[in-house]
Design a protein around this ligand. Structure first.
Ligand SMILES: Cc1ncc(COP(=O)(O)O)c(C=O)c1O
Length: 278
C-alpha cells in the first residue's frame, strides 16, 4: 500500500483525508511545494524545504513538523513507496476552521504521485503559449490557487498550446507553473526579477547561465516578444523547455534556439553531477 504523510504520521494512501471544514477546501487557503525524484533520489530537496517553510511563514501557517522531522519522514515515505521518478507534493492547509474563515490548526499532507513524462517533442521542438492578463496573489508564495490556469485549460488545448503566459499592464510575469525567460536582441538571457514565484529550477538555470551568458533579472514586456531571439521556461517537470510561439507571435525562427539548447544540455549535465554527489 502506498503511504502518505498526514500531520505527524505515515498513513495508508486511502486514510489520508482532510476535514470538510478545512480552510483549503472552503476558501482555498494553503500552500504547497513539489519536487521530483530521479529514480528514488529527491532533486533539490533542501531548496524545496526552504521555499515550503517560507511560504508557510508568509501565510501564517505553522507546520506541525519541524524541518528535520519532515525531511526524515519524507525520506522514509519515499523508501517505503519505491515509486521511481515520481513527484512529492507537500501541502499545508489552513486546517479545520472554527467558522469557515479563520485559520485553524494547519493540516500537513505529503503525497507521492507518479509523474507522466512529457513528450520528447516538447524539449526538441518547443511548445506554444497563450497569453493572459492576470496578476497572481502573493506571487512569491506557492499558494494552492491555480484557478485561472485550470479554468483556461480547454482554451489552451483548443489553441494547441501548453500553458498560459501571465502578464499585467504589459509586463510579463510567469506561466501558471513555470518561470519565463527570453533571449533578447542583445543576446542577454532575461527573466523577471520580482512579482513571480522564485522557481527552484529558475535559480539553478540562472546560476548555470551566468557561466556562459549575460544574464539580466528585469521586467519583460509583451511588446518585446516580436524581437526576442528565443524564449524558454523552467520548472520541476518541464526542466528547460523551449517556447516557439506565444499567441500569433513566432519567437525567433520558430524553432528552439542555440542558447536554449545549450542551457538544456547544461541543465542535464548539472543534474547528473548533482545525483552523483547525492
Ligand atoms: C507560479 C509558478 N511559477 C514558477 C514555478 C516553477 O517553480 P519550480 O522551478 O520550483 O518548479 C511554479 C512551479 O510549480 C509555479 O507554480
Amino acid at each position: 500500500m502506498i503511504k502518505y504523510i498526514l500531520n505527524d504520521k505515515l498513513v495508508d494512501q486511502n486514510k489520508a483525508m482532510i476535514h470538510v471544514s478545512d480552510l483549503a477546501l472552503l476558501r482555498g487557503y494553503g500552500i504547497f511545494d513539489f519536487f521530483r525524484l530521479i529514480g528514488l533520489k529527491p532533486l533539490f530537496l533542501e531548496d524545496h524545504l526552504n521555499r515550503f517553510y517560507n511560504s508557510a511563514r508568509t501565510l501564517r501557517l505553522e507546520c506541525p513538523l519541524d524541518r528535520d522531522t519532515l525531511r526524515s519522514m519524507i525520506l522514509e515515505m519515499i523508501k517505503s513507496n519505491k515509486i521511481h521518478d515520481s513527484g512529492v507534493r507537500i501541502v499545508l492547509t489552513g486546517g479545520e476552521s472554527p467558522n469557515g474563515y479563520y485559520i485553524g490548526e494547519p493540516t500537513l499532507i505529503v503525497l507521492n504521485e507518479p509523474i507522466k513524462p512529457l513528450p520528447e517533442s516538447h524539449f526538441t521542438e518547443g511548445i506554444r503559449l497563450v497569453s493572459h492578463q492576470y496578476l497572481r496573489d502573493i506571487p512569491d508564495v506557492k499558494t494552492l490557487n491555480y484557478l485561472m490556469g485550470i479554468y483556461h485549460l480547454p482554451d489552451i488545448q483548443a489553441a494547441g498550446a501548453l500553458d498560459l503566459l501571465f502578464h499585467w499592464n504589459g509586463k510579463i510575469s510567469e506561466l501558471t507553473r513555470s518561470n519565463f525567460f527570453i533571449v533578447d536582441q542583445n543576446d542577454r538571457i532575461v527573466t523577471a526579477g520580482k512579482g513571480v514565484l522564485k522557481g527552484i529550477n529558475r535559480k539553478h538555470v540562472l546560476q548555470l547561465a551566468r557561466e556562459e551568458f549575460e544574464v539580466e533579472e528585469r521586467d519583460i514586456f509583451m511588446n518585446e516578444l516580436p524581437a526576442a531571439r528565443e524564449a524558454f521556461l523552467t520548472g520541476t517537470t518541464k526542466k528547460v523547455t523551449p517556447i516557439v510561439q506565444i499567441d500569433d507571435i513566432v519567437i525567433g525562427d520558430g524553432r528552439p534556439g542555440p542558447v536554449t539548447q545549450r542551457l538544456q544540455q547544461m541543465y542535464d549535465e548539472y543534474i547528473e553531477q548533482y545525483l552523483k554527489r547525492y
